[in-house]
Ligand binder design. Structure first.
Ligand SMILES: [Zn+2]
Ligand SMILES: [Zn+2]
Length: 140
């Protein structure tokens, strides 16, 4: 089990499963959403996720394309959100308290990474986003 919270601690959540796969997405949208070279996240099944407190403090911004960013109204931390109409929940790893020991680390959208970013990772890389079926398979 793994717990997470935002910067101001008004939003808390829990993941009832070991986190096996994490990824960084280096696309321009994820750079803006995270404020840095990439977002660093995992995806879990909705069954394995629960909000503990503070859901009222979540605000959500959605682009016309569907790209969605949810964040704490008080402190601005990105917070987990449901991916579209799926049963998958996106989790920003920086909110998780304690250590995690993933067995797989992936990079997405390396073809559009910022030129100032250097990557020093031993990981599986994708030049673009994986297809939806690949994504489901990766985070099953
Ligand atoms: Zn907060
Ligand atoms: Zn991205």
């Amino acid at each position: 089990m793994q717990k997470g919270q935002c910067l101001c601690a008004s939003i808390h959540f829990q993941i009832n499963k070991k986190i096996e796969t994490i990824y960084q997405c280096h696309c321009s949208l994820c750079r803006k959403q995270s404020g840095t070279h990439a977002n660093h996240a995992t995806i879990v099944q909705a069954n394995d996720f629960e909000w503990l407190v503070g859901q009222d403090n979540i605000s959500t911004y959605k682009k016309d394309t569907g790209f969605t960013s949810s964040f704490c109204k008080k402190c601005g931390s990105p917070v987990p959100n449901q991916i579209g109409q799926t049963h998958l929940i996106w989790i920003p790893l920086g909110l998780i308290d304690g250590e995690i020991y993933p067995t797989q680390q992936l990079n997405f959208c390396l073809s559009s990474k910022a030129n100032w970013e250097k990557i020093y990772l031993d990981s599986t890389d994708y030049e673009h986003l994986p297809t939806w079926n690949e994504t489901i398979d990766i985070f099953k």
